[in-house]
Design a protein around this ligand. Sequence first.
Ligand code: ATP
Ligand code: MG
Ligand code: MG
Ligand code: MG
Length: 554
Amino acid sequence: MFAPTLRDDPAEADAPSHRLLLRAGYIRQLTAGHYSLLPLAVRVRAKVIAIVREEMEAIGAQEMLLPALHPAEPWKRSGRWDLMGQEMFRLQDRRGADHALGMTHEEIFVTVARELNSYRQLPQQWYQFQTKFRDEPRPKGGLMRTREFTMKDAYSFDADLPGLDASFNAYQGAYTRIFERLGIAALPCEASSGAMGGSDSTEFMCPSDVGEDFVVHCPGCGYAANIERATSVLPATSDAPGLPSPERFDTPGVRTIDDLVAYDAPGERQIKTLVHILDGTLTLVLLRGDHPLNEQKLRDATGATDVRPADPSEIQDALGALPGSLGAVGVSLPVIADEALRGRRDMFTGANTDDVHLRGVDVDRDIDVGLWADLREVTAGQRCVRCGERLEIRRAIEVGHIFKLGDRYARALGAEVLAPDGRRVPVIMGSYGIGIERAMAAIVETHHDDRGIVWPLSVAPFQVAVVPAQSDDPAVAEAAETIYQALRSEGIETVIDDRAERAGVKFRDVELTGIPFRVTIGRRGLAEGTAEVTTRTTAETTKLPLDSVLTHLQ
Ligand code: ATP
Ligand code: MG
Ligand code: MG
Ligand code: MG
C-alpha cells in the first residue's frame, strides 16, 4: 500500500484539511489548484460518490456522462462564452475552432434535452460525476478550491413552474440526506444565483472557520442566508448601539453588494456607495473603453486619485483579483472599482503589494476578512426582520448549491416540448451541484483532532486497521493475518499494517489517517488469547477474546 504519511506539518498548508490530507498521505500537489489523489483519497472519494449516487437514484435521477471538453457554440448561444470571462479555460483545436474545458454543464445537458418532444416525457432528472475546470484566481486550501474538481451536477427538466418547484424540493431533500450521511452539518441558505441566472437558489453551507463565505443566521426563526444575499434582514433604522446608521450609506436602501448590483443609479453614485459599503479608500477606477462617464466628475465624487480608461484585459485582470461578489459588482457597473485590493493591501502590508506573505500576513485571507468586515458589521447584531432576534454571522464552506433556472437555457438553445394545449414551450430547468472533493475537505475540517483525521464510518477509506504490535514475532504476525482475513471475508474493509515499524509509529499512522477502528494484536495479549479494539472517535480501548473481535466489529 502507498500511503506516504509525513512526520511533520507541511509548511505550505494552513487549513486543517489541507494540512492533514497532505500529512496523512491522501493528496499531493502537482501545481497550485491541481492535486493527485493517492489510494486512500480515492477510496474516500468513491464512498462520497456512492452516497451521492444512492440519493440521486432515490429521487429518480438517471446517471449520464457528458464530455468535459466543449465546443464554443452552445456557450456562445447562451451568452456565457463572454460572461464566464477568465474563469473559463479556453483552447483551440488544430483547425482553430474555439473550445472550453467545462466549468459547468447547463448548455451541454440542454443539447441532449433537445431530443425531448412532449410534456409526457417530463419530468426528467439527469446527473453525472464529471471533472470541472475553473481558472480560479486564488486556488487554496488543498481540495477546498481547486482549478480541476469533480462535481456531481444534476439537471431537472419540467413542463411548468410547479413541476420545477417539485423537482427543486426533491433535490433539497436529497441534499439534506446526502450531507447528513457524509457527516457534514450543512445549513441550507438563501443565496444569489450568480452566473447561472434564475430565481430561487439555495446554498448548503458547512460552518467552518476556514470557509470563504459568510452566512447570516437567525437563532430565533432559523432564517439563514449568504451575506451576499441577506439584504432584507436590515431594519430601516438601526437600534443596535455602535452600529453604523443608515445615513452613512450614500444611497438609501442600498446596504450590501447585492443591493448595489440591483440598484439602477448613475455610475458615480454606485461607485461611491460601494466605497461606503466597503468602508475603503478608492485608489483606482478603471473605465471601460466605451463608458459614458465623466472622469473628472468621478474623481470628485469618489475621491479616487487614479481614474482612467482601460482595455478589456486590464479590466479582466482587476476583476480576477477581486473576491467573487466584488467582481460581480464590477461587471454590473459601467466601471470597475479596483479600490479594494489596492487600498487594503497597502493597509495590511505597506507598499509592497505583490508579496502576499509579507510580514507574516496572509494577504489573500486577511484581505477577504477586511473587505467583508464592514458588511459583517452592518449585519451582525442587527435584528431579524422576521422574528426580531439578533442575527449571528458565521464563516462557512459552500458544499452544494441548487438553482431554479427557468427557461433561459432552453430558449437560448432551443429545447422545446409540446404542452398539453398543443403549443411548443421551452422546458423549465433546475441545476444542482455538489463538489465531491470539497465535500471531502469539509468533512476533514469538521472531523479531526490534534492526532489527525477522524473519518465518519460512512466515508472512511477502511473501517478497520489491524496492527500487529511486534511484526517480527511470527505468532503475532500470524494471529494478525488471521483476524485480517476473517474481517475481510465478512466484507469489513480492513487494512493490515505489517510494516517492520515500532508499534508507536503504526498507532500514530492509524490515528493520522483517521481509520475508525484499530485492532491491536500484541505478544502479551496473544498469550492470554485477547486483542484490543480502539475506537478513533473516543480513543477508548476494549480488551476482547480473539474470537469475539469479529462480532464486536460487525
Ligand atoms: P464558490 O462560491 O466557492 O466559488 P461556486 O458558487 O462558484 O463556488 P457552483 O458553481 O455553485 O460553485 O458549483 C457547485 C459546487 O461545486 C459548489 O457548491 C462547490 O461544492 C463546488 N465547487 C465550486 N468551485 C469549486 C472549486 N474551485 N473547487 C472545488 N469545488 C468547487
Ligand atoms: Mg466560484
Ligand atoms: Mg458560491
Ligand atoms: Mg455556488
